[in-house]
Design a protein around this ligand. Structure first.
Ligand code: NAP
Length: 284
């Protein structure tokens, strides 16, 4: 069974540093069975972190996660760390609580391990955070966090009462999107807030890159494994690649065993330079 390292959350709980994403799942009935199979295969391989959202497939991705987790005696729920997200348009105090109840129902569970505000917008941030506190007190969510928050959003969050409970900022981060290294990443690191790197493969668009391929060839590894290993070696960074194809899933899991050398890192830095100045947060 896989042994995936964890990162500590401000609550004292821990989150695995590697999991699977589910965006684009639940969008077509034709692919549904394969999607359930992929999430179940991830669980069978020992992946415990699953990232989803009410937005994905209009709730259908959460249904897929529930099906993959199984029910009754066969349920794998207790071993898993499930992340879901409320849409900003639903994120008023009452709206957040209602959205969470709907997600719990679709996920067929009594609690969400980590519940995120998907992006800024909609009601005042204080309303959402107050709802998160209420949900947490009721045991319906075990931790809360944010997503797509740039440094100014994080500063605004810091001015609110329970901001020190924020358990993650889930943002776009991969070799081709290194902007957060300039300011957002150090800001979060200083406060012990792990970053969840979404689209860690740039939705597969980066995988044809010649340098990624060349670095992979040094290790007999694929470009996807190099891109993931580059993230996995960083403290406080959690990666959630999405794969419906089982060969992709197994490829990605093997990245946990790939150790990049100092020379590899130098080659990757030359091809994908770290930022020299502050840039606005990218979002997909
Ligand atoms: N908070 C947010 O706003 C936000 C935004 C975007 C994403 N996310 C989360 O982050 C997760 C991951 O991001 P993402 O889905 O956007 O993109 P991603 O994980 O970077 O890439 C997924 C794409 O790469 C392909 N792929 C996966 N592994 C591969 C491999 N080893 N070789 C070749 N191709 C491979 C997948 O194909 P197949 O599926 O066909 O296998 C899929 O098309 C999402 O699913 C979602 O849970 C959050």
């Amino acid at each position: 069974m896989l042994k995936i390292p964890t990162v500590a959350l401000p609550s004292g709980r821990v989150m695995p540093i590697f999991g699977v994403g589910t965006w684009r799942m639940g969008e077509s009935a034709r692919h549904r069975a394969d999607e359930v199979k992929a999430v179940r295969a991830a669980i069978d391989r020992g992946i415990t972190l699953i990232d989803t959202a009410e937005m994905y497939g209009d709730g259908e991705a959460e249904n897929i996660v529930a099906e993959a987790m199984g029910t009754g005696q066969n349920s794998r729920r207790d071993n898993l760390f499930v992340v879901s997200k409320v849409l900003p348009g639903n994120a008023s105090r009452r709206g957040t609580i209602a959205a969470c109840e709907r997600s719990l129902k679709r996920l067929n569970t009594d609690r969400i391990d980590l519940y995120l505000l998907h992006w800024r917008g909609g009601p005042a941030l204080g309303e959402t955070i107050a709802a998160f506190a209420e949900l947490k007190a009721a045991g319906k969510i075990l931790d809360w966090g944010v997503s797509n928050f740039d440094i100014d959003d994080m500063r605004e969050l810091a001015s609110l009462d329970t901001a020190n409970e924020c358990a993650t900022n889930q943002v776009l981060y991969n070799l081709t999107r290194r902007g957060i290294e300039f300011d957002l990443m150090p800001y979060c690191a200083k406060r012990g807030i792990p970053i969840m790197a979404y689209s860690p493969l740039e939705q597969a668009r980066m995988l044809g890159d010649a340098v990624l391929k060349a670095v992979g060839q040094r290790h007999g590894a694929t470009p996807a494994q190099v891109a993931l290993a580059w993230l996995l070696r960083q403290k406080g960074i959690v990666s959630i690649p999405k794969a419906t194809r089982l060969d992709h899933l197994h490829d990605n899991i093997a990245a946990l065993d790939l150790k990049l050398s100092a020379e590899d890192l130098k080659t990757l830095d030359a091809r994908f330079p770290s930022p020299k100045r502050a840039t606005p947060l990218d979002m997909l």
